[in-house]
Design a protein around this ligand. Sequence first.
Ligand code: ATP
Ligand code: ZN
Ligand code: MG
Length: 307
Amino acid sequence: MTMATPALDKLAAAPEELLARLFTPMNVDGVYGRTGAYEDVVEGLGRYISTLRPKGAEVFRFPPVVSRTLIEKSGYLKSFPHLLGCVCALGTDVKRVTEAVARYEAGGSWTDSAQASELVLAPAACYPVYPIAAERGVIGAEPLMFDVASDCFRREPSKEIDRFQSFRMREFVAIGAPQQIQAFRDQWMARAPEIAADLGVTHAIDAASDPFFGREGQMVGRFQTANALKFEMLIPVRSTEKPTACMSFNCHRDHFGEVWGMKTADGELAHTACVAFGIDRLAVALFARHGVEVGGWPAPVRAKLGL
Ligand code: ATP
Ligand code: ZN
Ligand code: MG
C-alpha cells in the first residue's frame, strides 16, 4: 500500500560518485571511513532531529555494544539471528592466548580459540531503553518518551551505498497504553511529508515487514504487514524507481511490555512503538538528491541542518 508517491525527482549524484566522494574503503563490504563533509551533514541531521524531539522525551546515547542477555531476552535471536554480531575474545587464560597467537603466527587463525563474551553489537538503538523504562514501575497517565541513538551493526554485507554493516540510528520511543502508542506512531507517520520537505527530498510511505529469519519468520512478517505494524519512509538514494527505507515507524504491540513486565495504571501490558531515523541513509539520500558539494544545496535545506 503506497500512501503518498509524489513524482520522484532526478538524483544529483550516482552511487559510484557518492561512494568515492563521501567514504573511504576499509576493505570490508558495508564498512567505511567517513569524510569530514559527510560527518558535517550527519551532525546537521542530528541537530535537525533534535528540533523534532517529542516534548518531555528523556535522552540516552547508548554505546555500540549491549549485553547479550538483553538481546536474547528481547527475542532478537528468534527473529533476526542471521543479523546479530557477537563480541568474541581470547580472554586471559595464558595457555589459550599463547596457543592462539602462535597459531596465527604460523599462518592459522587465532579466532578459533576466541570465546563469546557477554556483549553483542547493538542491532538497533531502542533495545536498551525498555528495561530502563521497566525499572520506573507502572507507567502513568502520559506515555514515557525517549530519544535514543547508537551505532548499530547488522551482519548484512553489501556493496550498495544504502546498506552498511555499521551505521547510525536515532529513535524516538513511546511506552504507554495501546491507543496512545498507536497515536504516537500514526502522528509521526503523518509528519513524514514535513520531514521530507525540510530535507528537500521526495518520499513515499509504504507498509513493510522486518526480514524475519526462516519460514516461521516469514509468517511473522506477513502478520506484521497484515496488522500494519511497520511502515517505512522511502527516499531515493540509489535510484528514483527503487527508493530506500530511510525511516521506519514501528508498533511492537505488547511485545516489550511482556518481556520486561511493563504495565500501565489499569494493569494492562504496556505497548511500545519506535520511530527510527536511519542517519547514514538519510545523509546519503541528501547527498544523492542535492549533490556532493554541500555549498550547492538549497539554502532552506542548509538552514534546517544548520549548515
Ligand atoms: P531494510 O528493509 O532496508 O533492511 P529494516 O527494516 O531492516 O531496513 P529497521 O530495522 O526498521 O530497518 O531500522 C531502522 C532504520 O535503520 C531503517 O529505516 C534504515 O534507515 C536504517 N537501516 C537499517 N538497516 C540498515 C543498514 N544495513 N544500513 C544502513 N541503514 C540501515
Ligand atoms: Zn526501535
Ligand atoms: Mg533490514
